[in-house]
Write a protein that binds this ligand. Structure first.
Ligand code: ADP
Length: 492
């Protein structure tokens, strides 16, 4: 069993993962670098060494020449030291004799250089130049190759000759040391590459792994999860976007649940009423025309309520999907408000409401008249519904410069400040309203919002809990249409 678990926990190496890709890239880079170094070392070291050595020999020759001319007494000591430190063979042929200083004796067979000197001497005299160089190769291997240099030195009227012979290629020990060093360097570069790849891939992969984990949690419906994209700007931005998406999903989920709860509640109440009154007619009042008619009346009004609810639902859904055709015309908004006011006048007498209308002079706007009247009706009917004890309501139409505003002011229960922003959301009903069990669907203001948005009208509400509310909207005014039927234009 334990064996099985161990087996299932083993994560196979994913060739497309960040970790593997970074690791492979770094290792490939390190290997390329190492191969480059080795190629340089194997193929170009001899060429490089030859060029460097030639320069060196020419420089040394110049120094020896200067020393010979300026202080011949110390020449022996200087030449011996130079030959030793540079690993070269120096010979000076003068009228007093021939002097040799050998710094290469440890690494060559003796007498080799006599033939070289003979050849270069001939070359120097034939060339007519002050100095000549020549590269000579041994019979057996590259390690015998050498640079032979000869130059005339003008010494107080006499012409002496300076010869320098420098082994051209690094000896085997040096090459072995360099190769060993390169081996260490290769090992160090590879180790650093592996460590860096591991560290970098972890740094990149960790925030992504944590985001993936959080997203998996979110997909299970856990909205408390927080996305953290630490370390990189890109992952931080991704985390911010995911946090926003999670917040939106939570909100949508919440509203969806609210909607289902509200809709089922709103549909259930009238359906229960209809069913119980229908049963009552069958069981009790069926034979009594007076009672039966009153019960049927209730059934009809509940059916109307259902109808209203379904119509509102369809309106909201159509408005939200932009599936609404506006019948725009130029009309007098004051006249429209007057008609809405008059439709509520009957309440003034029957239910004790004190509704006042404050119009301005006729003002024209372009819009769907019946839909704008629907907005006004909704504001006023809400004012009536949420007025509470204070039944005083003001309906105002006022104009300023090129705008006209409709206000419906009540002095009722008002809206808590933290809930004001939500009243325009569909199915939203304030907490106070739930407590008092006032009938409503929470769809009216969502429809209002949809209609006013389609008209590009500004709208809003000022409200204080316990003091009342002022719901308003504002539209652009246009010139009064001519009798012949011309419509929109400049303000009248
Ligand atoms: P409802 O059918 O519930 O009235 P609305 O969309 O018209 O739906 O309004 C949404 C909510 O806004 C209402 O449930 C109520 O809580 C609040 N509201 C609307 N108008 C007023 C008002 N005049 N005074 C206080 N609260 C209001």
């Amino acid at each position: 069993m334990a064996g099985e678990n161990r087996h299932s926990n083993r994560v196979p190496l994913d060739p497309n993962s960040i970790k593997t890709t970074t690791l492979v890239s770094f290792v490939v880079f390190a290997l390329l670098l190492i191969s480059f170094l080795w190629t340089l070392m194997s193929f170009f070291i001899n060429t490089y060494y030859e060029a460097a050595r030639t320069q060196e020999v020419i420089r040394t020759a110049a120094a020896i020449e200067t020393q010979y001319r300026e202080d011949a007494g110390l020449f022996d000591e200087f030449a011996l030291q130079t030959a030793g430190t540079n690993g070269i063979y120096i010979r000076l042929d003068s009228s007093q004799g021939s002097y040799a200083y050998d710094g290469t004796s440890g690494i060559r067979d003796s007498d080799t250089f006599d033939i070289d000197i003979e050849r270069i001497s001939k070359k120097l005299s034939e060339s007519g130049l002050d100095s000549v160089t020549e590269t000579r190769f041994g019979a057996s291997s590259d390690s015998d190759a050498r640079l032979v240099y000869a130059a005339h030195i003008d010494f107080y009227g006499e012409v002496d000759t300076l010869y320098i012979i420098a082994p051209l290629y690094p000896d085997k020990v040096t090459i072995r040391i360099v190769k060993n060093m390169l081996l260490y360097i290769s090992f160090i570069v590879l180790t650093i590459a592996l460590l860096l790849a591991y560290a970098l891939s972890r740094r990149i992969a960790l925030p992504i792994e944590s985001l993936t984990k959080a997203a998996t949690e979110l997909s299970k419906g856990n909205y408390n999860v927080k996305f953290d994209g630490s370390a990189f700007t890109e992952t931080k931005e991704l985390a911010r976007a995911l946090n926003k998406a999670s917040y939106e999903m939570e909100k949508t989920d919440f509203y969806q649940r609210e909607i289902i709860a509200n809709v089922s509640h709103d549909l259930k109440t009238p359906l229960t009423m209809i069913r119980s009154y229908a049963e009552k007619i069958i069981d009790i009042s069926g034979d009594n025309p007076e009672k039966r008619n009153s019960d049927l009346q209730i059934i009809i009004s509940e059916t109307e309520r259902l109808n209203r609810l379904v119509t509102d639902m369809m309106s909201v859904s159509n408005l939200q999907s932009n599936n609404v055709e506006l019948h725009k015309e130029t009309f007098d908004i004051v006249q429209a408000a007057q008609e809405v006011y008059e439709s509520f006048m009957v309440l003034s007498s029957s239910e004790g409401f004190d509704i006042h209308f404050h119009p301005c002079r006729p003002t024209y706007v372009v819009g769907d008249r019946s839909r704008i009247m629907q907005v006004m009706t909704n504001f006023v009917s809400n004012a009536v519904k949420y007025s509470g004890e204070n039944k005083y309501i003001d309906i105002q139409v006022s104009r300023s410069s090129k705008k006209v505003a409709f206000h419906c002011v009540d002095h009722g229960m008002g809206i808590p400040s933290d809930e004001i922003a939500h009243v325009w959301d569909k199915y939203y009903r304030t907490s106070a309203n739930h407590e008092r069990d006032i009938e409503g669907t929470g769809l009216g203001l969502a429809i209002v919002k949809g209609i006013l948005t389609l008209h590009n009208a500004k709208y809003g509400v000022e409200s204080e809990e316990g003091k009342g509310s002022d719901f308003w909207f504002e539209m652009d005014t246009v010139r009064k249409p001519s009798q012949s039927g011309g419509s929109s234009g400049k303000e009248s």
